[in-house]
Design a protein around this ligand. Structure first.
Ligand code: CO
Ligand code: CO
Length: 315
């Protein structure tokens, strides 16, 4: 969120950047609100098509994280013409377009500029019922926390950059990052979730501690329950830790308490910046049958009453 923006007084603005939510929400009628978001980043994988698909899934995710349905999307593309050829560009855009089609969102335009580094993503417009918006601020005591994708994308992408990531492991990471959070959105709505976000650049710790803070709730994460991408521990042990992970750890130091004895790789998982990560949502304990969840949805902790902070421990 940028400082210095004028305060919003329009009563139809239901969610703005003030709570660092995933998207802004604007009420059109009593039944329909607009969900608007834009996101883009530099290539995370070498394959242009995969990069486009991942960037698009990531952008669409911010609409799902609010409980919404994407309707339209526009490409946001920047590239250095001397370094990126036509074929690469068309691969990126095709990857994005196919994700939009899968999401049922009409790709209705976009904008391309020249820049020193490639950037790709989407601006997405969706809809949600104004009374059914899910934000960061809805955590309550007595809830369980559910995460819908494994952690570790930055560690695996770093290993891949140094040619240290096994092809099978990287393929799982790419599939995970390319996967839409549409099913996860359906699941959380079915379960009666009261708060949600997607886990992206600030990592599990950054996003969850922010939810705790704006909800005024304490949260506890069970480190041994965290879903991890294949090989994650091995790649951490081999030294593939990231500057982003370290920055996430530093910036949440006053809000995140790590209990004694946590293994290094699980600490890394808590702070690892995610690209196109899963949804993280809260459901009242009595409403959730953990055994009935699909295998991609994992209970990773719970809310507690008390100071709004995040504690990470072994169960
Ligand atoms: Co987000
Ligand atoms: Co985002």
């Amino acid at each position: 969120m940028l400082r210095g923006l004028p305060p919003l007084t329009d009563p139809n603005v239901l969610v703005s950047s003030s709570t660092r939510d995933d998207a802004g929400i604007y009420r059109l009628t009593d039944e329909i609100a607009l969900v608007q978001t834009v996101d883009y980043f530099t290539p995370i994988v070498d394959d242009p098509y995969d990069y486009g698909a991942i960037a698009a899934a990531n952008s669409l995710s911010d609409v799902y994280a609010m409980g919404g349905q994407p309707l339209t999307a526009m490409n946001v593309l920047a590239f250095p013409p001397d370094k990126v050829d036509e074929e690469t560009l068309s691969g990126i855009v095709r990857g994005g377009a196919e994700k939009c089609a899968e999401a049922g969102a009409a790709l209705i335009g976009g904008h391309t500029v020249e820049a020193p580094e490639p950037l790709f993503g989407l601006s997405v417009t969706g809809i949600v019922h104004p009374d059914r918006v899910l934000t960061n601020a809805g955590l309550r005591p007595g809830q369980l926390l559910v995460l819908t994708k494994p952690l570790g994308t930055a560690v695996l992408a770093t290993a891949a950059k140094f040619d240290e990531c096994e092809a099978d492991d990287l393929a799982v990471a790419v599939r995970s990052m390319s996967r839409l959070n549409a099913e996860a959105r359906d699941l959380m709505i079915d379960l009666g979730a009261t708060a949600a976000t997607d886990v992206t650049g600030f990592g599990l710790a950054g996003h969850l501690s922010q939810m705790a803070f704006v909800s005024g709730a304490a949260v506890e994460v069970w480190a041994d329950k965290l879903p991890l991408l294949p090989g994650f521990e091995k790649y951490v042990e081999a030294g593939n830790v990231t500057k982003g992970g370290r920055m996430n750890r530093e910036s949440t130091a006053d809000r995140v308490v790590l209990k004694e004895g946590l293994p290094k790789h699980l600490i890394e998982a808590v702070f690892d910046p995610q690209t196109s990560g899963g949804l993280l949502f809260s459901v009242d304990e009595g409403l959730l049958d953990a055994d009935a969840l699909p295998d991609w949805a994992v209970v990773i902790g719970r809310t507690l009453s008390g100071e709004p902070r995040m504690t990470v421990r072994y169960t």
